[in-house]
Design a protein around this ligand. Sequence first.
Ligand SMILES: Nc1ncnc2c1ncn2[C@@H]1O[C@H](COP(=O)(O)OP(=O)(O)OP(=O)(O)O)[C@@H](O)[C@H]1O
Length: 293
Amino acid sequence: MIQIENLTQQFSNGKGISDVSFNVEKGEVFGFLGPNGSGKSTTIRHLMGYMKPQKGYATIKGLDTWEKQAEARSHVGYLPGEIAFLDGMTGHDFLNMIAGMQGVHNKQRRTELIDKLQFNPKTPIRKMSKGMKQKVGIVATFMHDPDIYILDEPTSGLDPLMQKLFISLVLEEKERGKTFLMSSHSFAEIERTCDRAAIIRDGKIAATRNIHELQTMQRKAFNVTLTEKKDVEAILESELKPEKIDDFTVSIKLQGNYDAFIDTLSGYHVKNISADDQSLEQIFMDYYNREEL
Ligand SMILES: Nc1ncnc2c1ncn2[C@@H]1O[C@H](COP(=O)(O)OP(=O)(O)OP(=O)(O)O)[C@@H](O)[C@H]1O
């Protein structure tokens, strides 16, 4: 549905994106992660046909997003990072204007979305909070029922309850076979919605990962407290390769294989065991921080 191949755009200040490549398949939710200024919005702007690539290309449903921008864009619901609202409009006025541009006359889906996101569309936009404006933007993006959603930091400004509601909206649309590309700073959001995610750093793709595979790589860290110092010393020498936390406690990281752990510990007096799941964010950050990437 979305294909990006060696997409390159170097600005005169030396910033930009370089050889960005990835695909998003039909029905897939693809996350696009990266710190501020890493090139997420620049990549997305190419997908919307706002920029001519210096090298490489982007396509939507096989349509080149620069050569066939209007046709490519007609398949997409796009939520920009910052929405440009016109002064003096209410939420309703803005949504009517966008619906006119989208050629949508049926208001049922729009009303359902407004009910779901719980805001008063009669409020003048200049009086709206950042989160409320974001909700208007989300309705505008979803109301024409596009096949593909391209969302630039969709939950920025939303409170945790609304973020949850937004995630459920994405999952409902995914059930209906819709395709998503969304940039985010929020790992929780990516973890709950995405099938795959790419990390971009300094304009280059650092890694593309299957979120479900990352979940199987998730390790557990066990903190084991023993009663005897000599037992701690013995375990530190064992194949479990623990880290010493204090005189009586060691931390042991495991990924699936618990037999050796249980066998080894059975030889000692164990006072307490507590377990922490390594977060997916941590696994991602391990990739993120690896120098060779
Ligand atoms: N038109 C432009 N001219 C010059 N530099 C630009 C232009 N647009 C973006 N940049 C620079 O390119 C880099 C990538 O910017 P981009 O907006 O794509 O990052 P981003 O990942 O979306 O960041 P954020 O999370 O802050 O939105 C930044 O260093 C930015 O300052």
